[in-house]
Design a protein around this ligand. Structure first.
Ligand SMILES: C[S@@+](CC[C@H](N)C(=O)[O-])C[C@H]1O[C@@H](n2cnc3c(N)ncnc32)[C@H](O)[C@@H]1O
Length: 242
């Protein structure tokens, strides 16, 4: 995991913070983000006190508070946090890493993390910290690109994109690690979580061109249920025992 380049990730998100939301501000982007964030919403207690790790510009924090909860965002990028503050001025946002969470024990009912886990240098530390800040009985839900058929070529695409100086909000070589179901179950179990659920989600990817995206959207429910090896993201939820 030592190849994860955290300083490069932070600098990158500081640089693209102003344009990050444009990526999700068209029907495809909103559709993709909302599809995967719905998995988290369904797994987390409504109306609770949430910590969102790697909150970025606050897209998920905004969605959670719309569902009646309170939320706090944490992110390593100061500029992403600035964007999040202007999106949700009623919420608290803090700069810091999910691997050393700057909050007291048992201070949240729920912890979420969306499109971040593959960037973590020390995923076990993030999960132990999540366990620590959750109240007994509290819930965690994450969603991230998973290790599957269609994601295998992504690191190579990102490396080439970086060499070709492609301007894109995520296409860079950060040494990301994609996890399969077994690795995720193992990480969550070793941390002490129970009621662990793992699902594969999303087939219509934000970077597909429109006709392809529409087609993929149509077959997405079938793929998620019957051919999960074609899904892009892995969703994992669990609970801290009472
Ligand atoms: C692809 S963006 C996702 C942002 C947001 N969760 C969303 O769904 O739009 C990844 C975010 O993770 C943050 N990040 C990466 N590594 C992190 C870490 N170790 N701790 C906290 N945030 C991190 C980045 O700064 C960036 O804002």
């Amino acid at each position: 995991m030592s190849s994860i380049k955290q300083e490069k990730i932070r600098e990158h998100y500081d640089t693209i913070a102003d344009s990050y939301d444009h990526h999700y501000d068209h029907p495809r982007g909103r559709n993709y983000h909302s599809h995967i964030s719905n998995y988290l919403i369904r797994a987390l207690p409504p109306g609770g006190k949430l910590l969102d790790i790697g909150c970025g510009t606050g897209l998920f924090v905004e969605k959670y508070i719309r569902h009646g909860g309170n939320a706090t965002g944490l992110d390593i990028s100061t500029k992403m946090i600035e964007q999040a503050r202007s999106r949700c001025d009623c919420c608290e946002f803090t700069v810091g890493t999910g691997e050393k969470i700057p909050f007291r024990d048992s201070s949240f009912d729920a912890v979420s993390s969306l499109l971040v886990f593959s960037y973590l240098r020390d995923p076990s530390a993030m999960l132990s910290e999540t366990y620590r800040v959750l109240q007994p009985g509290g819930a965690v839900a994450i969603c991230t690109l998973g290790k599957k058929l269609l994601t295998r070529g992504i690191p190579a695409i990102y490396q080439i994109s970086e060499k070709m100086r492609v301007k894109h909000v995520v296409m860079k070589d950060f040494g990301e690690h994609y996890y399969n179901e077994e690795e995720m179950r193992d990480l969550f179990t070793r941390t002490g979580f129970e009621d662990i659920q793992v699902k594969w989600c999303s087939f219509a990817h934000i970077d597909m061109i429109d006709p392809l995206f529409q087609l993929a959207k149509k077959v997405e429910p079938f793929v998620e249920k019957r051919v999960p090896q074609l899904a892009y993201n892995i969703f994992v939820s669990g609970k801290r025992p009472e």
